[in-house]
Design a protein around this ligand. Structure first.
Ligand code: CDP
Length: 787
């Protein structure tokens, strides 16, 4: 546990303060979208396509409209009259709100039923749609073949873009000169965030004041407000007339960053009817239509020496984006931060290429609990490091220790141009090895192998990249990715702080208050934190990609410091002393050498409203829009031990040790909670979760019978450790942590399974590693246990 720096009474940094949010969450008093019930509220449900690609010949609404309680059926041509049938995606592509004549994926929105109650609205089957099925393409490699079915009529082919980064010539040369090269195809399948709460909204149009209030499940309410204004400005709905409120959110994980058609239809329906309109997805709609991540086909190559030195990396990726490029990436980087793929290792050269492809699938590419494409990058490099070690017969811990960027190399510029802020990778791996007893495990493995038992040990020594981002490089739809904090200290020394971010369960109300408590000495319990209301909070780009602590957390410290600077002036006035003669201790300025002569922050706050120096502005408040100078680079080393049942192919995770370093920990208990949840969300795609499609584009996995989420029964026991390497550029030395474990865990598990099978000649196995997949590998190698 990190040492507490500030007296416990203020609950500053390093205190495992209980989450203030839990008072309402654990009593069932949270305020989620589906809890909203406004007078006269109407309900919307969506008619969805059974086909992955089809012409719409006709939409028959008579039966639906004859149903008591049904008020209207909205279709694409209706929206087209107001030019809101399409909307821009976060990558400036076009997404249909409702189609005019063609659907492009199964479960796509076709029309919407507006009714007086939820259950009547849900009778969408009463809307009969005549379709003419069209050929379907779901495989991105086939989509790139000449003559392939074209997904988009408005594009020349299914190829969306080509993006490359790094020094190709130097990389090719290093590969040509290498003593050892390895190459594997790695598929990181499409998965779904599957948050407890699905997506939804309540739109309330006030015709008298021409004002829209939209309560919605958004991780980025300010950006959504701007996008709504840009889409609907021609209808007179300008930005000051739009208020977005994100209430409590039941899990986001990136899935609640984009705008979805349901939001736009609900707004249109409220404007037309003048009544509040609620839209909320059911589970199948959520699992089938939005919030998908990953879907990267990576051809990965490493080059190096026989002694285990890695020299060069070359990755080529086909990225399946579905029918539109709605990926949530910073504009400049269509493959997000995939070029962090050199990971924790000191490569001399590297080159990555990514090609985006359209297929007849729903849009994918959301940053599912990862900083854009970091999970894909980490999985590929951590798997390939093992592949290289296996080829030269080196221990997987040893190859990592040999190639790690050394502590003295920080700040370190990677071969792909990122400047890593700080790190001590050998210390984290050493700690994880000590915790798990690595050397003994290797001895046990050898003995078991001799007895025909399959046991594997997998390591993942990942580096994350979080805190987008410096505005020189990072924007979404042109909006720069800074974030904000506004603090007002009230006369009695209590405070309210508002942020441009939006918690979805991370505990911001607790931890932001701790940062301010540390800086101002006001007890955290007297600092109210608010987020999510665009009418009151300062502008910010929201919470995803573990950016809240690196960006808004920094803004909290900087705004506090502005307040402390003013407080010092007021204290000098009250104490009739020079500012230079004052010293600060937690919550109090005092005269150097005379500790009794001092003023508390509470006394100073009161004076700011009652007795401030003449000529000074009254009040005690500040705002900071923080534009980080760099990203933060949390890291960790995870070690997983598995036993494989040769009869069934079942993989049992016996132990999993996770040593994380996120710099200074604000609230160790919350950090541990984030890591526990993150590890479970890394275990899930490693072992169970996948959204796949048949060749007709029918989804497998649109319900929890087919899309397997881990429960407490399957989830391993996590053993946590920590090292603390502060970020040198963050005001309080903190790095993000929310996503590290999801990013780092899958490779540790996959590496452990391959390690268990390596002596058979197995070099790779794609996630999810299901018992069937493992059994088939065993079977191919004649290694299944016969009766
Ligand atoms: O952006 P998001 O909130 O998802 O991620 P984060 O910045 O990594 O923070 C997740 C939670 O962990 C927040 O409540 C943070 O305040 C807390 N945290 C912490 O206590 N110490 C850190 N060094 C990093 C995060």
């Amino acid at each position: 546990m990190a040492e507490a720096k500030v007296e416990s009474r203020v609950h500053g940094l390093g205190h495992s303060r209980k989450r203030v949010e839990d008072a309402r969450f654990i009593r069932g008093q949270g305020n989620y979208i589906d809890d909203f019930k406004l007078p006269g509220m109407l309900h919307l449900d969506i008619v969805r396509s059974p086909y992955a690609h089809a012409k719409i010949k006709a939409i028959h609404t008579e039966n639906a409209l004859a149903t008591p309680g049904v008020l209207a059926v909205i279709d694409g041509p209706t929206l087209q009259k107001y030019n809101v049938h399409n909307m821009p995606t976060l990558m400036s592509d076009i997404q249909m709100v409702l189609p005019i004549d063609t659907v492009k994926y199964q479960y796509q929105e076709v029309a919407a039923v507006l009714a007086t109650d939820r259950y009547t609205a849900a009778r969408t089957a009463a809307v009969e749609v005549d379709y003419d099925p069209l050929p379907v393409v779901v495989d991105p490699f086939k989509a790139l073949e000449p003559g392939a079915t074209k997904v988009r009529d408005d594009k020349e082919s299914n190829h969306i873009w080509h993006w490359e980064w790094g020094d190709k010539d130097k990389t090719d040369q290093d590969f040509n000169e290498a003593e050892v090269t390895v190459k594997e195809n790695i598929y990181i399948p499409r998965i779904h965030v599957a948050s407890i709460e699905t997506c939804g909204c309540v739109a309330k149009w006030d015709a008298v004041n021409t004002h829209l209030t939209l309560w919605m499940t958004s991780q980025a309410p300010h950006a959504i407000r701007t996008v709504v204004a840009l889409i609907t400005g021609h209808l007179g709905l300008s930005e000051e007339k739009i208020r977005i409120i994100s209430p409590d959110i039941g899990g986001g994980f990136g899935g609640k960053v984009p705008a979805y058609p349901g939001y736009v239809i609900a707004v249109a329906a409220s404007i037309v009817t003048g009544a509040p309109v609620k839209w909320i997805e059911d589970r199948t709609e959520n699992l089938a239509a939005d919030s998908f991540g990953r879907d990267y086909h990576i051809t990965a190559e490493l080059a190096g020496k026989k002694d285990g030195t890695l020299t060069s990396l070359r990755f080529k990726t086909i990225a399946d984006h579905g029918y539109t490029d709605a990926a949530a990436q910073p504009s400049k980087f269509p493959a997000g931060m995939f070029h962090i793929c050199t990971g924790s290792y000191d490569f001399k050269s590297a080159f990555v290429e990514v090609d985006g492809v359209y297929t007849n699938k729903p849009p994918g590419g959301i940053a599912y609990r990862c900083s854009f494409r970091v999970t894909e990058a980490v999985h590929a490099i951590e798997r390939m490091t093992d592949v290289f070690a296996q080829k030269i017969g080196m221990d997987t811990a040893e190859i990592r220790m040999k190639n790690f960027i050394k502590p003295e190399q920080f700040p370190y510029k990677s071969a792909l141009g990122w400047e890593y802020d700080s790190g001590n990778y050998p210390a984290a791996l050493r700690k994880a090895m000590d915790m798990i007893g690595y050397d003994n495990l290797r001895k046990e493995q050898a003995a078991k192998r001799a007895r025909g038992e399959f046991m594997g040990i997998g390591i993942s020594s990942f580096t994350e990249i979080v805190g987008a981002g410096p505005s020189k490089d990072f924007d979404i739809l042109g909006l720069k990715m800074f974030d904000s904090c506004e603090i007002r200290v009230h006369p009695t020394g209590k405070a309210i702080a508002r942020f441009g971010t939006k918690s979805q369960g991370q505990g911001h109300e607790t931890t932001y208050a701790q940062i301010i408590a540390e800086e101002l000495g006001i007890p955290a319990e007297h600092i109210k934190v608010e987020e999510g209301d665009t009418d009151t909070a300062p502008y910010g780009l929201g919470t995803y990609a573990s950016r809240s602590t690196p960006v808004a957390g920094a803004a909290a410290a900087m705004a506090s410091r502005k307040i402390r600077a003013k407080a010092k002036q007021i204290a000098a006035h009250l104490l009739e002393a020079n500012e230079e003669d004052l010293e600060w201790e937690t919550g109090r300025f005092f005269v150097k050498g005379s500790p009794d002569q001092g003023k508390t922050i509470q006394e100073i706050a009161f004076a700011a409203y009652t007795n401030h120096p003449q000529g000074m502005e009254g009040g005690l408040e500040a705002v900071n829009y923080y534009d980080p100078p760099n990203l933060t680079y949390p890291f960790g080393s995870y070690i997983c031990v598995v036993d494989i049942d040769r009869g069934t192919g079942e993989v049992k995770i016996r132990r999993f040790v996770a040593v994380d370093d996120c710099g200074v920990r604000i609230n160790p208990m919350i950090v541990e909670g984030q890591i526990h949840g993150g590890l479970t969300m890394g275990f899930a795609p490693a072992m169970m979760e996948e959204i796949s499609y048949d060749e007709n584009g029918n989804i497998h996995g649109a319900n929890f019978m087919d899309y397997l989420l881990p429960t407490a029964v399957e989830t391993p026991k996590w053993e946590l450790g920590e090292t603390v390497t502060p970020s040198p550029h963050h005001p309080i030395g903190a790095k993000g942590v929310g996503e590290s474990a999801t990013v780092g865990a899958p490779a540790a598990i996959a590496n452990a399974v391959v390690d268990a099978l390596a002596h058979l000649g197995v070099t790779t196995i794609d996630i999810p590693i299901t018992p069937r997949k493992v059994w088939e590998v065993l079977n191919v190698h004649g290694a299944t246990l016969e009766e």
